[in-house]
Design a protein around this ligand. Structure first.
Ligand SMILES: NC(=O)c1ccc[n+]([C@@H]2O[C@H](COP(=O)([O-])OP(=O)(O)OC[C@H]3O[C@@H](n4cnc5c(N)ncnc54)[C@H](O)[C@@H]3O)[C@@H](O)[C@H]2O)c1
Length: 309
């Protein structure tokens, strides 16, 4: 893998879940990393990176953060739940913020931008697996804001002539994740409580470990492939019931999930990983069992409820 010595890389949202792992992966490859985030990120305290506190919604802050950078990874986001609940705020952070980042990249002579989009930008679909050429038909504001970012990036890359890659992460999980089904089920099992699942637990997703997500970002940043979009996943379907079974065996408890609500019949939501493999050389490295064991270790240490007798 490439050595980024002497390369200054701006990572927006570098203090978040994906950001801290991406910054770590870049620092390990000797990049000079600059983070732009709303607050001082505690997860970066032990890393040699410069931190700019500021809002991607403010063009002047973004321009200063971009100054002297050769490459940009744009991750800053108002996340799903908050974005769907507060669309104006989400527009400012996710749409105007992305515009500011891509424009500042162009104005400052940045050579390459990697943009974190989301597989939710595809919207509801019966396609299995989902390939990158699938149309983007988001049905909520958060995925619409991610899709809008993709189009703004394509347009501004054309205006300014920088190269770029768009990453559509599937279901990212791993240590450091605060919200989502993996930490929720793990916390319940560690407390010997029944994990709550919506529907009958048959819905299946493509879980990808955070370290693999960071690896994909680094591969995209170093690549010369221009203007492409990439699924970032394993290509394997894991149902929520299977997830609970694996986590139960790791934790060492056997409790039935508590099912509630309607079961919405939907095919497994899995991304085709072949384009990322063929063009970026990306293949997820961390098997689900191993990755989930790391989550259990982290949450057990954070909330020492212990395994039941
Ligand atoms: N985590 C996932 O499962 C997942 C899946 C698909 C796509 N993504 C995408 O990956 C990227 C990173 O997601 P994450 O899970 O790390 O999110 P996160 O919420 O953990 O981190 C986002 C970071 O952005 C910062 N931020 C928010 N608004 C900002 C603003 N206005 N200016 C500057 N910084 C701001 C936050 O402080 C935070 O540190 C996002 O673009 C997201 O859409 C994540």
């Amino acid at each position: 893998m490439r050595d980024f010595s002497g390369t200054r890389v701006l990572v927006t949202g570098g203090g978040g879940f994906v950001g801290t792992r991406t910054v770590r992966a870049l620092a390990e490859r000797r990049a000079n990393v600059r983070v732009l985030d709303l607050a001082a990120p505690p997860g970066l305290a032990d890393l040699p990176c410069e931190v700019v506190i500021g809002d991607v919604g403010d063009p002047e802050t973004v321009a200063l953060a971009c100054d002297g950078c050769e490459r940009v990874v744009h991750l800053a986001v108002l996340p799903l739940g908050r974005a769907n609940a507060a669309v104006t705020e989400a527009f400012e952070a996710n749409v105007r913020g992305s515009f500011n980042v891509f424009r500042a990249a162009g104005e400052n002579g940045v050579k390459r931008v990697v943009y974190a989009s989301a597989s939710s930008a595809y919207g509801p679909t019966n396609a299995v697996p989902i390939r990158e050429e699938h149309p983007l038909r988001p049905n909520a504001f958060y995925p619409a804001s991610k899709a809008a970012g993709e189009l703004l990036l394509r347009g501004l890359a054309g205006t300014y002539g920088f190269s770029f890659a768009i990453m559509r992460y599937m279901n990212v999980y791993g240590p450091g994740q605060r919200a989502g089904v993996v930490p929720a089920v793990t916390r319940a099992l560690l407390a010997n409580e029944r994990p709550k699942l919506t529907g009958d637990g048959s819905l299946a997703f493509d879980f990808v470990h955070i370290e693999d997500c960071a690896l994909a970002n680094v591969l995209a940043l170093e690549s010369d492939i221009d203007g492409e979009d990439f699924n970032v996943g394993c290509g394997d379907a894991t149902s929520l019931n299977e997830l609970v079974a694996v986590l139960s065996s790791i934790v060492g408890v056997h409790v039935e999930p508590e099912y509630s609500g309607e079961t919405v019949a939907a095919p497994p939501r899995v991304g085709d990983p072949s384009k990322s493999r063929d063009l970026l050389g990306f293949e997820a490295q961390i098997p689900l069992h191993e990755g989930l064991a790391g989550v259990v270790d982290e949450l057990r240490a954070a909330e020492p409820v212990g395994a039941p007798d």
